[in-house]
Ligand binder design. Structure first.
Ligand code: TXA
Ligand code: MG
Length: 345
């Protein structure tokens, strides 16, 4: 049985969070909110918890888990830290950045999918932070979705995917960012960006001048190509209706959408300003065009809803690759299996 608790005010949540920490300490699974997406937590020190997480998610066990700790220093017993780790921590933690470091033996290989590195994250969400403080041990947590569905940005998504498979779901409202954390790997004095997120390459380069972007962030991996982050090689969320990303002048794209609506059943992830110009059926607004943060916050929710309509095709705008756009681009291009249609006139 999965129990659901809702937290409105952190001050009233002490008992619930103590109990959640107890469940984790006893080897159970707890879904908790973070500023990025909901996490499916288990004790990162226990083999058995990692196995339970993989089973609940339906995830291959060579895809490593991120460990969550309350403060950057709390990673010390589990990872070999360095100056650059603390520089990044001072600039961005707690917050939506995950840092990959060489692991210590205190973290089992089942948690890291057999790798000798470990991904460390300190979430800024007050509920996640307080829960981690109460635990005092690292909590391994992938996104709280079934493998192959979009990351959950509210408790209802996690419940839909994991009901009966976890002990407790903590509802802390909608996630502020809505896209998973930025992941970087430290290589000496330089950083490699493995997954783009709300901490952008420009922001990272203020702390570390050399930020390489892993090929898999933008491109399609070639058959048999070695990946730096195992998660990149798995098929990602793909809606059951094909998702097509539209590129081109805004007027031309709008005319295309209007004509498509006239001839077929389609769902559209549209900009707010397009709402009055389109038929009011299967429209999923993602915020005004310029507001990339709003798109990030609504993307996974909109994709889940658009997918549930069962239409022939889902259309969305191709996001820019700059700034926060890079994270959107990375998620959307995978969901669309790289299908981009350029509208010329
Ligand atoms: O925002 C987030 O990061 C959320 C919240 C819950 O913290 N977590 C999350 O976890 O997105 P997950 O498991 O869905 O995605 C983590 C990604 C995976 O693609 C995994 O392959 C990669 O991080 N990863 C984990 N440990 C790694 C390591 N040691 N080396 C390379 N990649 C790693
Ligand atoms: Mg995930």
């Amino acid at each position: 049985m999965t129990e659901l608790v809702t937290i409105h005010r952190l001050a009233d949540a002490e008992q619930d969070l103590s109990r959640a920490a107890e469940i984790l300490r006893d080897g159970g699974l707890v879904v908790f909110p973070t500023e990025t997406v909901y996490g499916l937590g288990g004790d990162a020190r226990r083999d058995a918890s990692a196995k339970k997480i993989y089973a609940a998610k339906g995830r291959p066990s060579d895809n490593p888990l991120i460990i969550h700790v309350a403060t950057p220093e709390d990673a010390e017993p589990y990872a070999f830290t360095c100056d650059l780790y603390y520089k990044l921590a001072r600039a961005f933690l707690p917050g939506p950045l995950t840092i990959i470091l060489p692991k210590k033996d205190t973290i089992p290989l089942s948690t890291t999918g057999g790798l000798d590195t470990v991904a460390v994250r300190c979430p800024s969400h007050p509920v996640a932070h307080r829960l981690l403080e109460k635990c005092g041990f690292p909590v391994a947590a992938p996104s709280a979705n079934r493998s192959g569905s979009p990351s959950p940005t509210c408790a209802a998504h996690a419940l839909a995917d994991l009901d009966g498979k976890v002990d407790l779901i903590i509802d802390g409202g909608d996630c502020e960012i809505g896209l998973e954390s930025t992941i970087v790997k430290i290589d000496g004095d330089s950083l490699t960006l493995l997954r783009p997120g709300a901490i952008t390459p420009d922001a990272l380069s203020l702390v570390c001048p050399t930020v390489k972007i892993a090929d898999a962030v933008l491109g399609q991996l070639k058959e048999g190509e070695k990946v730096l982050s195992p998660g990149m090689k798995y098929k990602h969320y793909a809606p059951s209706s094909p998702l097509v990303l539209l590129d081109g002048a805004p007027d031309a794209v709008l005319r295309f959408l209007q004509s498509e609506q006239a001839t077929k059943e389609c769902a559209i992830l549209c900009y707010d300003e397009e709402i009055p110009l389109l038929k009011q059926k299967h429209l999923f607004p993602v915020g005004v065009k310029e507001d990339l943060a709003a798109h990030g916050k609504t993307l996974f929710h909109a994709l889940r809803e658009a997918d549930a309509t069962g239409v022939e095709v889902i259309y969305a705008h191709l996001p820019p690759k700059e700034g926060l756009g890079l994270a959107l681009y990375n998620r959307m291009i995978r969901a669309a299996a790289h299908t981009v249609r350029t509208i010329d006139n």
